[in-house]
Design a binder for this molecule. Structure first.
Ligand code: TEU
Length: 568
């Protein structure tokens, strides 16, 4: 990274909109493009540079739009292509960019490509997906006849039987999300053509869904390999066969050449990559290799988990420091980080890593924000995070809408698990926590819709909403605004070298950022225990404050206090 000529996205902040839950404009209870157009002042006011829009394409909505049946249209649920064009123009006129979600590991089973593929074994598109006969010695449909033992990421086997042909197709996610076969060059060319079409239309880049899963480890004879057994499921973990598979770098380089190379527009590409290591991320984001600008890694959002995301453990701050510290160091010379706590798949950070009790909700939300935004990398803010939205008090299993949660509960019941225990874990980890409507004001349904919201609004919206925070300088919203402005104004925040301090302290997260002659010292108390600064970091005592989350900073680092200081 040349500090004299850094790419524009090194000082940018991205805001993610999950359209279904952002703002409804037509009273059907589902957010839409018209709603986003109404709320652009909120984004301008926050100061973000980029809007990443989760899928709005035609879709049966089995996974809320991550199951696409037409890559080049807009689902009437969300609006029209004209409105998308209007959104591009409106964002550009405000100096913001639009990044679309690109979901090309799989399509919907209702996509015309899959319908044609499924139609017969001799279909010209049969090979566009992963079709396999039953395992040798098994009749199709019999237990254990699946071609591999892989467990789907959304529970159950990753293979679905097509009764008409007696063959199975692969779906790493839901059965309605068949995986595309990227080994087939026609598939790749069709995807690249679609991407060029969107760029020509004016979009400014892509967030690429599970893009490190597109290359599967397939033997020359077409055989896919079983994975190690997952206890208690009868299934196996196939991830070694599809996480960063053998051709992943080749495919991304080809995509880069065929789609992005030679365009002079200021674009952004970010690859969502579950299971990616820092060593692989270096390769993916090395500009000289021409793959992607940055990746979403998952290490830090796995630190509070045991055997699966439903096996919830307390986060140990020292583990977070070790992980973030390694990523900061690993991408210091080559490549680039993305920074996030929240997105549409993660429970709300203030409930998960902070303290959402009335006493500390505001302070812990602003502390976590400061910690993250002062790292080196491009920060992503997920809708509602900037007003401190918290997890939803789900009462029963019937309250959940997400296919991952619903499938998990069903599988856990078949496996004989205790319903109350399963529900408790879902309450903490379900993706639906992120998907309740944005809380705009204190009115019924929080100003999200005039109809009945598809997922209920959090009852805490009477107190926690954007309108209440907009003109309050001490609000979470005001603090996000300041953090974003600081990144824009101060090159140290964007580009400064990162050094971790106090790696073994259980509660205080501290680091420096240095560039040229300037050094910032960041100190965050990630707990409700106060600490005397003179014991911890004497150099922080009396250091000039650049930005803090509590008034009147003194000698004691108070519960959830965060300070950005000028270090001498
Ligand atoms: O998610 C990928 C993914 O592996 C996880 O985030 C997963 O959704 C789950 O939370 C793990 O427990 C992406 C999208 O962000 C997600 O919304 C989609 O459901 C998924 O891909 C399939 O397209």
């Amino acid at each position: 990274m040349d500090p004299n000529n850094p790419p524009w996205w090194t000082s940018a902040v991205v805001y993610q909109v999950y359209p279904r839950s952002f703002q409804d404009s037509d009273g059907d209870g589902v957010g839409d493009l018209g709603g986003i157009l109404q709320r652009l002042d909120h984004l301008s006011d926050l100061g973000v540079d980029v809007l990443w829009l989760s899928p709005v394409y035609p879709s049966p909505q089995a996974d809320n739009g991550y199951d696409i049946s037409d890559y080049q249209g807009i689902d009437p649920l969300f609006g029209t292509l004209d409105q998308l064009d209007e959104l591009i123009a409106a964002l550009h006129s405000r100096g913001m960019r639009l990044v679309m979600d690109l979901v090309v590991n799989h399509t919907s089973d209702e996509h015309p490509w899959f319908l044609e593929s499924r139609a017969s074994k001799t279909s010209g598109k049969r090979d566009w997906y992963w079709w396999r006969p039953p395992r040798g010695g098994f009749g199709s449909g019999h237990p254990g006849a699946e071609p591999t033992n892989w467990q789907s990421i959304f529970s159950g086997p990753a293979w679905e039987l097509d009764a008409a042909s007696g063959e199975y197709y692969l779906h790493l996610f839901a059965a309605k999300q068949p995986d595309l076969n990227w080994e087939n060059p026609e598939v790749r060319q069709a995807v690249y053509a679609m991407m060029r079409w969107w760029l020509d239309r004016g979009v400014d880049g892509f967030r690429m869904d599970v893009i490190n899963m597109i290359s599967k480890d397939v033997a020359a004879d077409g055989h896919l390999h079983d994975g190690p057994p997952i206890p208690g499921t009868g299934l196996g973990d196939g991830s070694a066969s599809y996480i960063c598979g053998p051709r992943i770098h080749e495919f991304l380089q080809e995509m880069h050449r065929d789609v992005f190379a030679g365009r002079d527009a200021a674009l952004l590409t970010v690859g969502e990559m579950p299971g990616v290591t820092v060593e692989q991320a270096q390769l993916f984001t090395d500009p000289a290799r021409g793959e992607v600008d940055m990746v979403f890694q998952f290490e830090h959002v796995g630190l509070d988990q045991g055997t699966s995301k439903w096996d919830v453990r307390p986060l140990r701050l020292v583990d977070l420091k070790a992980s973030f510290g390694r990523w900061q160091a690993g991408l210091a010379e080559v490549g680039w980080n993305s920074l996030y706590w929240d997105n549409h798949d993660q429970p709300r950070a203030v409930s998960r890593f902070g303290d959402d009790s009335p006493r500390y909700r505001r302070d812990s939300a602003t502390c976590l924000a400061t910690l993250l935004h002062l790292h080196r990398g491009t920060p992503y803010v997920y809708q509602g995070e900037e007003i401190g939205m918290a997890n939803y008090p789900f009462a029963s299993v019937d309250d959940f809408r997400d296919v991952e949660s619903i499938n998990h509960f069903a599988a856990a019941m078949v496996a004989g698990q205790d319903p109350a225990t399963v529900l408790a874990a879902m309450r903490r980890m379900s993706r639906d926590n992120a998907r309740t409507p944005v809380q705009w004001d204190a009115t019924e349904h929080a100003g999200f819709t005039s109809g009945t919201p598809w997922l209920p609004v959090n009852p805490d919206h009477d107190e926690w909403n954007a309108a209440a925070q907009r003109h309050d300088g001490s609000s979470v919203l005001a603090h996000y605004r300041r953090l974003i402005a600081l990144r824009h104004e101060n090159p140290v925040v964007a580009l400064g070298a990162f050094a971790m301090l106090l790696p073994h302290h259980d509660h205080v997260y501290a680091f420096t950022r240095a560039l040229g002659g300037q050094t910032l010292l960041v100190v965050c108390n990630v707990s409700s225990t106060p600490y005397a600064l003179s014991d911890l970091l004497p150099q922080a005592v009396g250091a000039p404050l650049v930005l803090g989350n509590l008034p009147d900073p003194g000698q004691t680092l108070r519960p959830w206090e965060a300070r950005v200081l000028h270090a001498s």
